[in-house]
Design a protein around this ligand. Structure first.
Ligand code: UDP
Ligand code: MG
Length: 310
């Protein structure tokens, strides 16, 4: 019998873990040829998620958990689950039922058809705020144009199935700024996508706010591409050429014609503009420098305090 491991990161999901287990169990009751396990990763929850997970794993053999020493974030939590998942295929999904377990049979079907990675494309229900929808779309557009990997296909969701082979590759990727959607896209293999409509959170609150989304966007761009650095270099060339052709000729003309050039305003404008531009470019270099700094320290992405795999 083939085994499917399901990885679920959980941060303050006390109200959801029992329900999601129920739903997944029900889905697998309809799938006779598959065994399953659920690996919950408690990412330093401050509510009773841990107690709930311990109860569940006492009651049900298929429920396993990993407890982090503190909150490390969604991406490290998914990675930890995958690092410890040894099913024939591994599915990662959110712990708030925004990723419908009812999609699992279709994912498995696509996998059985020979796909190594089955990603999902999220389409939005009307209730999701216009703002979030737009920022998300915008993010993936910018990201894809700045990045070297195509991120539009897997865009917007960490709900995906990976074959054990692909999971093995993922296990070996231990970079500091984890961005799993980009990494899976970058990995290659045979991939296909299916669409689903994200639902509202069952209970609790989303922990992604605008600031986190912007940080996430930066991670996505800088972890996959050095294009911002070359944009800086191009800007340098463009402005140098412009100053030689534009200002240089003008100054030369004024010199020959012996006319005075007045222009306090344009001078200040130019100084301030280029001051700002240089700071931005230094900031971009700084971001990459910071990444190198974090990467050389080789700290783990997460620390496991307790693990129950009976
Ligand atoms: N999550 C996590 N660590 C965090 C934040 C979130 O493990 O620091 C989990 C959370 O429990 C959920 C998933 O990541 O299972 C997605 O989080 P959330 O629902 O807050 O994000 P959204 O659906 O709003 O993008
Ligand atoms: Mg959610």
């Amino acid at each position: 019998m083939k085994k499917i491991s399901i990885v679920i990161p959980a941060y303050n999901e006390e109200g959801n873990v029992a329900m999601i287990h129920q739903k997944i169990k029900k889905v697998f009751e309809g799938l006779h040829h598959y065994d399953f396990e659920i690996i919950f990763v408690n990412d330093g929850s401050r509510d009773n998620t841990q107690q709930k997970l311990e109860e569940l794993s006492r009651q049900f053999d298929e429920v396993k958990f990993i407890e982090f020493s503190r909150n490390f974030g969604h991406q490290p939590a998914v990675k930890a689950g995958m690092d410890n998942a040894y099913g024939n295929a591994v599915i990662s999904m959110d712990g708030d039922l925004q990723h419908p377990p009812e999609l699992i049979p279709e994912m498995i079907k696509k996998w059985e058809e020979g796909n190594d990675i089955v990603f999902t494309i999220r389409t939005y229900p009307k209730e999701i705020s216009f703002f979030k929808r737009k920022t998300s779309d915008f993010f993936y557009k910018i990201l894809s144009s700045l990045s070297d990997v195509d991120l539009t296909k897997g865009g917007g969701s960490d709900f995906r199935l990976m074959d054990a082979n692909a999971v093995e590759v993922m296990r070996g990727l231990n970079e500091d700024d984890l961005f799993l959607r980009g990494l899976t896209s970058w990995m290659g293999f045979k991939q296909t996508g299916i669409e689903f409509t994200a639902c509202e959170r069952l209970s609790g609150e989303s922990s992604y706010n605008l600031k986190k989304m912007i940080t996430f966007a930066f991670t996505g761009i800088t972890a996959f591409s050095v294009k911002p650095l070359s944009i800086a270099a191009y800007l340098g060339f463009i402005f140098s050429a412009f100053s030689v052709v534009g200002y240089g000729l003008y100054v030369l003309y004024a010199f020959i014609a012996k006319t005075e050039i007045s222009g306090w305003a344009s001078l200040i404008m130019t100084i301030v503009f280029f001051g700002g531009l240089q700071l931005i470019i230094m900031g971009i270099i700084g971001i990459y420098l910071g990444k190198i700094f974090k990467e050389v320290k080789q700290r783990p992405n997460y620390i496991i305090k307790n693990k129950n795999f009976q």
